[in-house]
Design a protein around this ligand. Sequence first.
Ligand code: NAD
Ligand code: LMR
Length: 344
Amino acid sequence: MVSAPTTVTITGAGGQIGYALLFRIAAGDMLGPDRPVRLRLLEIPQGMRAAEGAALELQDCAFPLLHGVELSDDPRVAFDGCRIGMLVGARPRGPGMERADLLAANAGIFGPQGAAIGAGADPGVRVVAVGNPANTNALIAAASAAPDVPADRFSALTRLDHNRAVGQLAAALGVGADAIAGVTIWGNHSATQFPDVAHATVHGEDGEWMPVASALAERLGGTAAAAAWLDDEFIPRVARRGAEIIEVRGSSSVASAANATIEHVRSEELGTGSTWTSAAVVSHGEYGVPEGLVSSFPVTSDGSGYRIVEGLELDERSRARVSASVAELVAERDAVRAAGLLQA
Ligand code: NAD
Ligand code: LMR
């Protein structure tokens, strides 16, 4: 049965990621073939012509699921009735920068957008922050939408980091990406994040799932070699992949970021199935992460929103890695609070 159109608001729709997102959403890649969409494109005046051009091309695709495209440079208009908000519009970093260097430039964008979501979005709204620094921007938007929208409707994208980790493991083990399960990204979408394989498994040719650590040990010649690969290559490679892409491409990731954003929303809306994924969501104190921070966790969804997977064992080294990333989130939160950019 075909449902009523879902209103999806995309900020920064005239930018690189916006252009990579719009056509896939309109084609049904995000919400499936039974959910038509109405797109709202929010831009600043300088980005409006690019967004207008994308809207013309959307019309030229004649997507059956696309029930309208509206453009605005006013967050109140763009978020009125919004059911899914994708907060992409923000400055990207250049070579030599860390994502936190964008705080001053970008944090001011997310407060007014959160306020507009609080004022006019659909009661069931869910919002993902993509613009960097994504975790803290989600925190700012959620605080500005309160009390009209519960904070747990806001999340930030670490699915790209999750996919990067899966991609690295699949390559190292010589398997397809769908043979890897149970990877977790903890903490911030930054170089301090902790890509954790302690509970990850790989589907072998014999049809059995085995721990990734054991499979790596078999392939790399022992437990010590596997541990060294994880510490010295895998973790830094995944955590610094964004910088590697910037160095090689000359600008930050686009297609992989858009793909991860679509997968993030799809998993939350349609469910994660039998495994978990990673997303930065509001902590209620799980795993010692201070309540209220937007930090990456293992999450599942049955379609009604992300829930943190609880009860996973973390050894001392893993806890220390999570704590280091969480400390960075606390510092970012304190910085935006001191600058008056975080409500309450
Ligand atoms: P881009 O510069 O190509 O596009 C950004 C767009 O946002 C521009 O069109 C700009 O006009 C618009 N914009 C700026 N301020 C706005 C506002 N207040 N309201 C609405 N639109 C606004 O950049 P991009 O490559 O599309 O990247 C966008 C953001 O996504 C950057 O911050 C980048 O660092 C981030 N990013 C995050 C991840 C992640 O995994 N979380 C991955 C890749 C990129
Ligand atoms: C990424 O991880 O590719 C993005 O966050 C862009 C960046 O600045 O690294």
